[in-house]
Design a binder for this molecule. Structure first.
Ligand code: FAD
Length: 545
């Protein structure tokens, strides 16, 4: 919107009069201080990754004004978070917590309900409260990014002693990424599994500590995640049941050496045999990290050049064109690249790497790329840094594939199996072709399952492209679900649809989620609609999309 039009804002949450809302905000200002509340009445700026907005989704697939905050509030402590929650209950204002708001591809900093007040925890609550080099753990606040944690280890001279695990982009929040069940690429890549202990402000304002944190005087909050009784942490991930104000995280001991490696495989169809080879190696920990099996199209895009450099036609770039371009790069004219890392001293690595080599080379034409032949800015080195816990932002480059590049992800889960991989690959390819979109599949291989991450890159200034990308995604979600595959995580815009696919026994799981929501948040103020969970006062009123 033009600036003069936006200045008439804020967008007021539905069901509240504008003046009443402004009065309520003034009351909150008097409690927290004027400078800690901002009304969202300026032009919406997308910025870039390191200067991202906290008002909306800078990579939006809808109109930017759809999922937009009315105001932003910056608490400085757990007590202030409680005050905000009490205020929201009093005035029935929807609030939406973010840690740092870099959830790009899944909604960025945007709230699900237009006009929510965004609680930006990270700006002021950004302390590393503890780093314990004996137990290899830390305790952090929401504003601690992977970069900040890494730098803190360096400052304390501990970076040789223990490693962090980072997602592909290091600018996100350790807490934000973990509560959204994000992944990284060392053996500690399943972030949720690696956390230990939460402090949470509940929707009515009480504070709890989970696990051992509930026992006064304990010294095991970050060492034993379960404590006694029901394990409650799970309900605070991918949900809207609480605001996490502290989290414990385990850190990885330096394994005493590492060696990144890369193989390429010639044909699309090699994926089937490759997955059959990977599964036993991964489950038995010979393949040790959450590696990526990427299609050449995305590896080519990771160079950072727009697709028009390779192709000026419409529709997906033909595979012959992709292969011809890849032939000019260290990838060569192959379809898949496996990026992995072996850990430990050289004699231990040598044993594992020999086994991997022997197994991978059973696939005709499989090639090991010698890292010594790769230039410094080759994508391989970004994977190498991330696999040893060094934060990076190289991964952003494939977003340049489209002008005004933005992306949104389709991320179904499957077993590590050839036939599942091929089924998902064929399904994805067919639907992308139908919508005329380039297909970027990358399999992130966990211990017994894998997430297929498909990134759709689009021009955020082009409404027609956005509509096509969304149509494609909606079909992907539905058709994958019909085959028994569900998303591990999704964008705000798809949350209702994805939640709807988890429908066993007449939607029994969602009924349970709704009962929990109504018990914990009777006024329905906390992140309504997140992960498809709507509080009572919103249900059946047309909010789902
Ligand atoms: P936030 O945006 O702060 O939080 C995410 C969501 O969690 C919020 O919207 C909110 O609903 C909830 N939340 C956050 N904090 C709290 C809290 N304290 N209490 C309650 N709820 C809360 N992600 C990966 O996991 N792995 C990857 O490898 C990866 N690669 C990416 C590559 C590219 C090129 C891009 C653009 C994105 C990638 N992402 C990846 C997605 C995203 O960038 C990261 O997951 C990022 O860490 C999420 O942003 P954040 O940490 O700032 O979390």
């Amino acid at each position: 919107k033009p600036q003069n039009e936006r200045q008439k804002l804020p967008v007021v949450p539905q069901g509240i009069e504008r003046d009443e809302f402004l009065k309520a905000l003034a009351e909150l200002k008097s409690q927290l201080g004027d400078e800690h509340i901002e009304i969202n009445d300026k032009p919406l700026r997308d910025g870039w990754y390191m200067e991202h907005p906290n008002t909306h989704d800078s990579m939006t697939i809808l109109d930017e004004e759809e999922f937009v905050a009315s105001a932003i509030v910056y608490p400085g402590s757990t007590e202030e978070v409680q005050q905000i929650v009490h205020w929201a209950n009093k005035h029935r204002v929807p609030i939406f917590p973010i840690s740092m708001g870099r959830n790009l591809g899944y909604g960025g900093a945007a709230p699900r309900v237009r006009g929510s007040v965004t609680v930006d925890l990270g700006k002021r609550m950004n302390k590393i409260l503890d780093i314990n080099p004996e137990d290899y753990t830390c305790l952090v606040e929401p504003g601690v990014s992977f970069y900040a944690l890494y730098e803190a280890l360096k400052e304390k001279g501990l970076e040789e002693h223990m490693w962090i695990d980072t997602p592909d982009l290091g600018g996100g929040s350790v807490i934000g990424n973990t509560v959204d069940r994000g992944v990284g690429y060392t053996p500690y890549g399943d972030h949720w599994a690696m956390h230990s202990g939460l402090e949470v402000v509940l929707p009515m304002g009480e504070v709890i500590r989970t696990g051992m944190g509930a026992l006064p005087g304990n010294n095991t909050w970050q060492a034993f995640p379960y404590g006694f009784g029901p394990y409650s942490d799970g309900i605070f991930s991918q949900s809207n049941y609480g605001i996490v104000t502290k989290m414990g995280m385990t850190l990885m001991p330096n394994p005493g050496g590492y060696e990144a490696f890369m193989y390429t495989f010639a044909k699309d169809e090699d994926l089937e045999q490759l997955m059959e080879i990977i599964r036993p190696l991964r489950i038995s920990n010979i393949l040790e990290n959450v590696a990526q099996v990427r299609h050449v199209t995305q590896s080519l895009a990771a160079i950072g050049q727009p697709r028009t450099r390779f192709y000026s036609g419409t529709g997906p770039v033909p595979q012959e064109v992709i292969h011809a371009a890849a032939a000019q790069t260290p990838l060569g004219d192959h379809s898949w690249a496996y990026y992995g890392m072996a850990y430990g001293p050289s004699h231990i690595r040598a044993h594992k790497l020999a086994l991997i080599d022997q197994e991978f080379k059973r696939i005709p034409g499989a090639r090991r790329i010698d890292p010594a032949t790769l230039p410094e800015d080759e994508y391989f080195w970004a994977r190498e840094r991330v696999a040893r816990g060094v934060p990076d932002i190289h991964e952003l480059r494939w977003v340049n594939w489209a002008p005004n590049g933005a992306h949104i992800a389709f991320s179904p889960v499957s077993p590590i199996r050839g036939r599942d991989a091929m089924k998902l690959f064929a399904l994805g390819k067919r639907i992308h072709e139908q919508y005329g979109i380039d297909f970027f599949p990358a399999f992130c291989v966990g211990l017994r399952e894998m997430h297929l991450i498909v990134e759709i890159v689009f021009d955020r200034a082009d409404a027609e492209q956005k509509a096509r990308a969304l149509g494609c995604l909606r079909d992907l979600v539905d058709q994958a679900a019909r085959e028994g595959y569900g998303e591990y995580r999704t964008h705000l815009v798809l949350m209702d649809q994805v939640a709807g696919t988890y429908s066993w026994n007449d939607g029994a799981l969602m009924k349970f989620n709704e009962r929990l929501k109504d018990a914990l948040d009777p006024n329905g103020i906390l992140a309504p609609g997140r992960c498809g969970i709507w509080p009572k006062r919103y249900r059946g009123r047309g909010w789902e999309m």
